[in-house]
Write a protein that binds this ligand. Structure first.
Ligand SMILES: Cc1cc2nc3c(=O)[nH]c(=O)nc-3n(C[C@H](O)[C@H](O)[C@H](O)COP(=O)(O)O)c2cc1C
Length: 514
């Protein structure tokens, strides 16, 4: 006992010296490690101290977000916009005080409020997709959940999104990973995405499996089919699911080996020309009997015009073979059979679970450019009434969504807006399987914080608050509801001083009545 207390008092009296010795020893080991390694120049040239560079580089991401970035400056989404989504999701007040902090830039929208605002009861006008399909789809909601595959996002995230969609009466797009049990069991309206790898509807050779497609379409909750041609964040590149995220469950869902990266081809093997695109749409609609469209991010409006011209000229060729009395009818029937029921127009600055930086940063037209041009194009080609337009890409606040409705979109979808409603903090780690909020990781420990029931309410709250504020904007403009918004209800900044009527700025044939 005596010797033990002697040892204890020795340790206590020399504790500072011992700690100092350990620190010096530790620094010595780090010094030798840094000097002898050849991977990192800074550590080799500045042993020990050079390590702080890597620490600060990691910490800088957090410091910039929390302490230094201004409310309207962060990317991809600034704090002001994210904060609207967070507050709407939590049913906290979305009111603001004192005045606007928004600085207007060229291209920004301002709504043209009416002298006498609308004061009646608002009631959205339903929109029907594929009215001539065997099973058309009608919705009176304007803001839906964009494709995010089960795999890119976690099971609790899919569950919360799908249950939230059901609660709010909006659709959820499955993304290219197929319809998981969480999608199917939620009872939400589903838009089934057929990605280039055709997960969920593929044969062992990777072709479309008509039987799998037919049995999916037989489900009441699967309302529409979306053929993914391209996605704004990575046009020309297929889906990428890093190996870390291909768990046995996700591998089984997709029919691929676990633990290996899932890389979808850049395009569909059936679609090598515009004509083949319309043939494929026709085939999917014939098999499913449900509205079928495609998702695309365009890089050049002339390129897109050329694609649509093929549809019109083939319809004309069919009409030319008919008698003079039947020719108009044959033309329309051709469009009914071959035209897409909808086009989802994605923005070059759209989001992704994983993509090469060059494509994320610098490929594809942004929705602010492409949407007005595509609306004008469809109108001038007489296709605007046949084809519904869904817009997506950084449209997460009521101002963004109302802009798109004014510009001519029938509906808007969002991926990252709904991720914010789930609690996403924009940590930019979706590709690393380390998402701190459990949304894009399959690490069970990180998923623990994401309670699907609580978050499903937030998803629904966000969608509901969005619709309510869209109507507020519409009423201010004198329109009875948000689906009635059109170009006459908005001005667009030309330069940063002068706002001019949207009708003028996006000049085109505006005969289409939404
Ligand atoms: C995590 C994540 C996963 C995505 N997965 C898909 C997908 O499977 N298929 C697809 O077409 N788009 C996918 N997208 C793109 C979105 O559907 C959407 O087009 C794009 O993010 C623009 O909308 P946003 O700005 O509201 O996020 C994904 C986006 C994110 C952030």
């Amino acid at each position: 006992m005596d010797s033990l207390s002697q040892l204890a008092s020795f340790v206590l009296s020399h504790i500072t010296g011992l700690i100092t010795l350990l620190i010096i020893l530790g620094i010595g080991i780090l010094y030798v490690q840094d000097r002898s390694q050849v991977d990192q120049t800074i550590r080799r040239n500045y042993p020990v101290i050079g390590r702080f560079r890597y620490l600060f580089e990691d910490l800088g991401v957090f410091f910039r977000q929390y302490f230094f970035a201004l409310d309207r400056e962060e990317m991809p989404f600034n704090r002001a916009d994210r904060s609207w989504a967070y507050r709407a999701a939590k049913r906290e007040s979305t009111l603001q005080a004192f005045g606007s902090t928004r600085v207007h830039h060229e291209g920004d929208v301002v709504f043209a409020n009416a002298v006498i605002p609308f004061t009646g009861e608002s009631q959205n006008s339903p929109i029907t997709f594929g009215p001539k399909c065997q099973a058309p789809y009608t919705t009176d909601r304007l803001f839906h959940i964009s494709g995010m595959s089960y795999g890119a996002i976690s099971k609790p995230a899919v569950t919360a999104l799908a249950l939230g969609a059901k609660q709010a009466g909006i659709w959820i797009n499955t993304g290219e990973g197929g319809a998981s049990d969480a999608h199917l069991e939620s009872g939400a309206d589903l838009v089934y995405q057929i990605g280039t790898a055709k997960y969920g509807v593929r044969t062992s050779e990777g072709n479309l499996d008509p039987e799998k497609l037919r049995s999916l379409a037989a489900r009441e909750s699967v309302k529409m089919f979306e053929i993914k041609i391209s996605q704004g964040a990575k046009p020309g590149k297929g889906g990428i699911l890093p190996a870390d995220k291909v768990t046995p469950e996700i591998a089984a869902q997709r029919g691929i080996p676990a633990g290996e990266a899932s890389i979808s081809p850049p395009g569909h093997q059936e679609i090598n020309s515009a004509a083949e695109l319309f043939d494929f749409i026709h085939e999917v609609r014939e098999i499913t009997g449900k509205p079928t469209g495609f998702k695309v991010c365009i890089g050049n409006i002339d390129d897109f015009r050329a694609v649509l011209e093929v549809l019109i000229s083939d319809a004309q060729k069919a009409a030319d073979l008919a008698t003079a009395e039947q020719s108009k009818q044959v033309f329309q029937t051709y469009l009914t059979d071959y035209a897409p029921d909808f086009i989802t127009l994605d923005s070059g600055n759209g989001g992704t679970g994983a993509a090469p930086m060059s494509l994320i940063d610098a490929a594809g037209m942004n929705i602010q450019e492409s949407l007005p041009s595509v609306v004008n194009l469809l109108t001038s080609m007489g296709l605007r009434d046949r084809i519904r337009l869904v817009a997506s890409g950084k449209l997460i606040t009521p101002v963004d969504v109302a802009w798109a409705l004014c510009a001519g979109a029938d509906c808007v979808t969002s991926a990252r807006g709904f991720m914010f409603s789930l609690g996403c903090i924009q940590a930019l780690q979706c590709h690393q399987n380390t998402c701190p909020t459990g949304i894009t990781t399959h690490n069970k420990k990180l998923q623990r914080g994401l309670d699907a029931k609580v978050k499903s309410n937030r998803v629904a709250n966000y969608a509901n608050e969005m619709h309510s504020e869209l109507d507020t904007i519409a009423h201010s403009c004198g329109a009875a509801n948000a689906s009635m918004l059109n170009r006459s209800h908005a001005l667009i900044y030309v330069g940063n001083q002068r706002a001019v009527s949207m009708t003028q700025v996006y000049a085109g044939d505006l005969t289409h009545e939404k």
